[in-house]
Design a protein around this ligand. Sequence first.
Ligand SMILES: Nc1nc2c(ncn2[C@@H]2O[C@H](COP(=O)(O)OP(=O)(O)OP(=O)(O)O)[C@@H](O)[C@H]2O)c(=O)[nH]1
Ligand SMILES: [Mg+2]
Ligand SMILES: [Zn+2]
Length: 318
Amino acid sequence: MSKSQLSKQQNRRIQAAQERYRSESELGGESGLVIARFGKQVLIEEENGDRRTTTLRRRAEDPVAGDQVVWTPQGEHGVIEALLPRRTIISRPNSQGALRPIAANIDRLLIVIAPQPLAQANLIDRYLVAASHAGIDASLIVNKADLLSEAPSVVQLAETYSELGVEVVTTGQLSDPGAETLMDMVATQTVALVGQSGVGKSSLIKRLLPDLEIRIGALSDAVGLGRHTTTAAALYHLPGGGRLIDSPGVREFHLSHLPKDAIESGFVEFEPLLGLCRFRDCSHSHEVRCAVLEAHERGEISSDRLASYRQIVASMSQ
Ligand SMILES: Nc1nc2c(ncn2[C@@H]2O[C@H](COP(=O)(O)OP(=O)(O)OP(=O)(O)O)[C@@H](O)[C@H]2O)c(=O)[nH]1
Ligand SMILES: [Mg+2]
Ligand SMILES: [Zn+2]
């Protein structure tokens, strides 16, 4: 980890601690970390590491794994008094179009792909845009390494993103060449694993934390790790201080909640060209003297990424 990253992270921690202190003294409660949310019930971790089931005081609050809250005891349970300001948030619209948080206060998105179900470049691009917009780093985890020999397109995809500067780690349950790299990458950060259902996000967490059954003893059965599809995001501590947030798999990831210019800024190879097009509101599709189209003609932007960009932009106006 670079010096500047470390100090940025340290600053965030100090800021978070100050906010926690302020809120606790103002609200007269104790601070807690959201481990998982199941409908109206929120499993939190107290400062001393104990876990407790709480409910929400205000319906408007929408806590999610990774959130810091202020709570007050109510018998052996508790009530969440307030959600503390989030350092970062990744959200997505649900099927009704309402924006729902995926994970809060994360430093990095781990976009998990696999040969089975087959990786989709456009979904990766959408996650990269969302991470960029949220000010979060993103890495690509190529899981199910044992199936890669039959999936050259996934190997190709990994190469494409690696060339774009995205860190790529290959992992799998039979051979896990990337386990150590992955642990180093997470270090003391809070990371969220996202991706299609069935790519092996929960299995990967279980591999990194073999004694998980013990660790998640307090968790609801709703988190059927490895065996069933994950239905709620849940946070797990790594021994070194890192935190992993498992999230339910998605079929698609809409970006309709983002401003239009977040899409082009989320395409890392477009970024240096933005503002260089002849027209300020250039759509990079047919305009003359479009810096993006010119870069594509010079071979600096791949046809696949340009097509993926257009697909996202087109889906925004639907
Ligand atoms: N071949 C192979 N299968 C794997 C590997 N890792 C996980 N699987 C299998 O993939 C299936 C899905 O794994 P999960 O960990 O539940 O996937 P998930 O991404 O958490 O899925 P959701 O919770 O629905 O989002 C399970 O049957 C796993 O046994 C791997 O490295 N190789
Ligand atoms: Mg899962
Ligand atoms: Zn343009």
